[in-house]
Design a binder for this molecule. Structure first.
Ligand SMILES: NC(=O)c1ccc[n+]([C@@H]2O[C@H](COP(=O)([O-])OP(=O)(O)OC[C@H]3O[C@@H](n4cnc5c(N)ncnc54)[C@H](O)[C@@H]3O)[C@@H](O)[C@H]2O)c1
Length: 342
């Protein structure tokens, strides 16, 4: 089998590439990545050592994309994933996240390749998510009873990032309609783990830990600056496991959409994240408070994993403590990545 991982030198793509290389025999894995994300060159060098080749091509460049060889499966991990880019660089978000999907789909159709698409919890409408906690001032911790399933509303605004993900999902269904090709769409919550080069607007978990590690300040932004906003976090190893299971059961389970995340057990507020980082590093850093936040921010998201559990008999295994511990060990053991956080 030949697999193309787009965004293969990014955090998720490179981890999946390493994992599948170990787990799948008689399989050739290729990456497509223009290496725009910080740290992606590092990942490219690591992939080359295990003989995974990267095509340095912009996914929006159909002329180059269509000349690539034929693949049996595409795992689409290529995106501008920072939600704030929706405001700062909308053209890039649109071209990479939507035109990129369009180009990949044309290639899938021509080559008869199946597709696993990495979508996002960000497809859900911002106002509907905000309304879950109407009239709260967020001074106290939020109760974690609400979980978001695949039927949660998507029709209102969700940022350009969220729109391009949702539009990509719809495009996949259009292209694969009445064909024998198979697709899976996974709407992930926050993914975290080693080899994630986190920054302010994307990948906050490693950023939080690194700033403790390097004794740099952080801010609690939004919701009064109390740090009580909540997300669920899934370990990248759990993401790799479910992708492998999906590949192996593609014939039986396909053409469907799943919410996948850490769930209630792996949900955490920023204040709780700070406490874990403090304990791991032994460092107590300065926190600023910025009460106001971006228009795209939401106070709460926890994935409902019941559908993915029912279909695949799978659930995430690694705890938030384990995720932070693994990122901490990665930082300690890889001094060459410090430059990306310092
Ligand atoms: N990390 C998360 O928490 C999370 C959560 C939900 C969904 N996702 C989705 O998972 C996928 C992977 O995310 P990630 O965290 O690994 O992001 P990432 O930024 O680490 O990886 C994306 C990769 O795509 C490459 N890229 C960007 N624009 C490109 C272009 N025009 N052409 C070719 N390559 C390009 C980048 O260089 C980078 O290596 C994305 O689709 C993202 O939307 C991520």
């Amino acid at each position: 089998m030949k697999i193309l991982i787009t965004g293969g030198c990014g955090f998720v793509g490179s981890n999946i590439a390493f994992f599948l290389k170990k787990k799948l025999k008689n399989t050739q894995i290729y990456s497509l990545d223009t290496l725009i994300r910080k740290g992606s060159k590092s990942n490219k060098n690591r992939l080359e050592k295990i003989k995974i080749y990267n095509y340095k091509i912009d996914i929006a460049d159909n002329g180059k994309l269509k000349k690539l060889k034929k693949f049996d499966l595409v795992i689409d991990c290529c995106a501008e994933p920072a939600i704030e880019a929706s405001k700062k660089d909308p053209d890039r978000v649109f071209n990479t996240n939507l035109i990129g999907t369009y180009n990949i789909l044309k290639k899938c159709l021509k080559d008869k390749s199946n597709l696993i698409f990495l979508s996002s919890s960000r497809v859900y409408s911002i106002n509907n998510l905000k309304n879950l906690f109407k009239n709260k001032n967020f001074k106290k911790p939020i109760k974690r009873k609400k979980i978001i399933n695949e039927t949660f509303p998507t029709s209102e605004a969700s940022s350009l990032y969220g729109f391009t993900k949702l539009a990509s999902e719809k495009l996949i269904k259009e292209f694969f309609f009445k064909t024998n090709l198979r697709y899976i769409i996974n709407r992930f919550g926050v993914i975290a783990g080693p080899w994630q080069f986190g920054k302010q607007d994307q990948g906050f978990v490693p950023l939080w830990l690194a700033n403790h590690f390097f004794k740099k300040k952080l801010n609690y932004i939004g919701y009064g600056g109390h740090g009580n906003q909540v997300r669920d976090i899934i370990h990248i190893d759990d993401v790799c496991e479910i992708i492998l299971i999906q590949i192996k059961s593609f014939k039986k389970i396909n053409n469907d959409t799943f919410n996948i995340g850490g769930g209630v057990k792996n949900s955490i507020s920023l204040v709780e994240l700070t406490n874990i980082c403090k304990k791991l590093t032994g460092n107590n850093i300065f926190f600023g408070k910025k009460p106001k936040t971006s228009i795209f921010d939401v106070p709460y998201y926890i994935s409902d994993n019941r559908k993915v559990l029912k279909f695949y008999n799978w659930k995430p295994l690694k705890s938030v403590d384990q995720i932070l511990k693994d990122i901490y060990l990665w930082l300690i053991n890889n001094k060459q990545v410090w430059k990306y956080f310092k």
